[in-house]
Design a protein. Structure first.
Length: 165
């Protein structure tokens, strides 16, 4: 995450932008847009990597960590501030998100375990700060094996997980 100081007419406030260091669809023709997350946390945005496919249509080529309702390969439109304004086509992909409990005594080992599980399952994924994991579930993908590994860890209080579509 990157903290930016932005001036406003009422003074200065921090904007936190969640970034994607290694998006699964990184390419030469990527176009950066943002999703407004201020309903969840004041001043937050998530930077989304996209590929412009029409004058006003952008295909998402990253795995959103915090932006609900937008998944890999969905097509969105933006406003004049380059903020997502609408989802105009759903791709059928889903995003499995995992948040490791930061103060968990075994967090680093859990990271390694989960990284191994998604690699073994050959599922495209992205990490944010070694704590947040987003996994692409393409149409027809069965997350049962990964969910079976996550559920006991969630019940033990080591992580939280969800699937978004």
């Amino acid at each position: 995450m990157q903290d930016l100081e932005v001036g406003t007419s009422t003074g200065r406030h921090a904007i936190t932008t969640i970034t994607h260091e290694n998006p699964i669809g990184r390419g030469r023709s990527n176009y950066m847009i943002h999703a407004d997350l201020s309903e969840r946390e004041a001043g937050w945005r998530e930077q989304l990597w996209t590929r412009q496919i029409t004058d006003d249509g952008f295909e998402v080529v990253c795995l959103p960590f915090f932006t609900y309702g937008i998944c890999y390969r969905d097509v969105v439109t933006i406003d004049s501030n380059h903020l997502v304004s609408a989802v105009v086509h759903k791709s059928g992909h889903r995003t499995l998100r995992v948040a490791l409990v930061i103060k968990h005594y075994n967090r680093d080992q859990l990271h390694e375990l989960l990284h191994g599980k998604v690699a073994e399952a050959d599922l495209p994924h992205e990490w944010l700060q070694g704590t947040y994991l987003a996994v692409d579930l393409a149409p027809g993908a069965d997350p049962a094996t990964l969910v079976a590994a996550l559920e006991p860890l969630a019940q033990a209080g080591a992580l939280h997980w969800e699937i978004d579509s």
